[in-house]
Write a protein that binds this ligand. Structure first.
Ligand code: FE2
Length: 417
């Protein structure tokens, strides 16, 4: 099976690389070898290469390269052959440290996609149209869509052959919709580069490059700030967890599993982000409860228990004060609500409880059951599910429990291997 897949993968890579290299050879015959043309080719390729080296991570594993803005400007200004050569060179040199077939595949798929996109732009009459005419933009939009589709298909092919992930899941998991719109968000940059080059020449492009770098920098700053927020919150929670050795690491495990469930439920990135904050912070309200109650070895008295129950509301109030944690606050408030209405603080039922709160609620209990506590040893995974499904029947969303079982099962297999 493995051999068969490798054989198919090699064939696929060879076809794409063969087509890409052939395209570059053909392009040589279509390029102008005058000095100014070659200088432009160098300037575009070099700057696109620099941008390609600096991808911006929208979230873990999802990167967008703003080099597309420059490559697409090359397409608008010159020809599909010129743009394909810029794309080939910048992608090849940006991945030159990888094995040679990876660099060649990257360069080829990039060049083929932009070439196809350029041919569509040409077929739609884009090169005869002025940027002041509306049809010019129609041609540009269609050609960007073509670029995106061919790029996704070519990369999706490799992902399918190496990891067995279908194109459909690839599309979902890589947040393709976001990346798709990012290409359009970059189009105004391409158009500006196009105008700058038309009226000023390649010096203009070099000058323009600096604001583009600033834009890239602020984009990165934005992404980094988000990451810093989360790290800061995790540090705070680690401090809170440290009060009680029994709950150390609980919040981060809950966040981890909750995110894995969200991924399988195909929650959009913005909801996953709020879920992550909420999962990390779900018990932040315990900060307002005395240590003696939280770490009490025996059973809690009714009064003590009602104090503990306040933590979801306290958490909600704390987070509600912070702008970017508004959605997370709602999830924290409802993380002890139960499907049958037996939870607190509001006794909400079924789908009245936000999906994210149902996720955090289930994972929270699962992690608590499978950890040691002052008054009991940890339950096994099977015992924990048995309790959640039978003793606490009706408390948790069955779909979430099912997904949680799958994930825990898969994670165990990974640990064994
Ligand atoms: Fe809680």
């Amino acid at each position: 099976m493995e051999k068969k897949r490798n054989w198919k993968l090699s064939l696929y890579l060879s076809i794409v690389i063969g087509a890409g290299v052939l395209l570059e050879i053909v392009s040589l015959f279509h390029l102008d070898f005058s000095l100014s043309y070659l200088v432009s080719l160098f300037v575009f390729s070099f700057l696109a290469f620099l941008l390609e080296l600096m991808p911006v991570y929208l979230q873990e594993g999802v990167a967008i390269s703003i080099s597309f803005a420059l490559v697409y400007a090359a397409l608008l200004l010159f020809s599909p052959y010129f743009a394909a050569t810029v794309a080939f060179l910048c992608a090849f040199f940006a991945t030159i440290k990888s094995p040679y077939y990876v660099s060649l595949f990257n360069a080829s798929q990039h060049a083929l996609s932009i070439f196809l996109s350029g041919q569509v732009f040409r077929a739609l009459g884009g090169y005869e149209l002025s940027w002041q005419n509306l049809p010019f933009y129609g041609a540009a939009v269609v050609s960007i869509v073509v670029f995106f589709i061919s790029n996704t298909l070519l990369v999706g092919g490799v992902v399918y052959l190496t990891q067995g992930i279908s194109l459909r899941s690839f599309w979902r998991e890589k947040n393709s919709r976001e990346v798709f719109f990012q290409h359009f968000a970059l189009f105004p940059f391409s158009l500006l580069l196009y105008l700058v080059y038309t009226y000023i020449g390649y010096w203009g492009i070099i000058l323009f490059f600096f604001p583009l770098m600033v834009a890239r920098y602020s984009f990165k700053l934005f992404a980094d700030t988000k990451k810093n927020h989360l790290q800061l919150l995790q540090a705070l929670i680690a401090a809170l967890d440290a009060r009680d050795s029994y709950t150390a690491g609980h919040s981060s495990r809950v966040a981890d599993l909750s995110l894995q469930i969200a991924e399988r439920l195909h929650l959009p990135p913005s909801r996953r982000e709020a879920l992550e904050y909420a999962a990390v912070l779900h018990d932040v309200g315990k900060i307002g409860i005395q240590d003696s109650i939280l770490t009490k070895p025996g059973k809690l008295s009714e009064d003590e228990y009602s104090l503990v129950r306040k933590h979801s509301e306290i958490g909600y109030k704390i987070l509600g004060e912070i702008d970017f944690l508004q959605e997370a606050a709602q999830i924290v408030l409802a993380h002890h609500e139960r499907m049958d209405g037996s939870g607190y603080p509001e006794g909400k039922k079924g789908e009245e409880i936000p999906l994210e709160a149902r996720i955090v609620g289930a994972v929270d209990v699962f992690d608590a059951l499978t950890s040691d506590r002052p008054y009991r040893r940890a339950y096994s995974v099977e015992e924990a599910f048995e309790i959640m499904e039978n003793e606490e029947q009706g408390s948790f969303d069955p779909e979430i429990i099912q997904i949680l079982k799958e994930i825990v099962g898969e994670n165990r297999k990974k640990d064994v291997s």
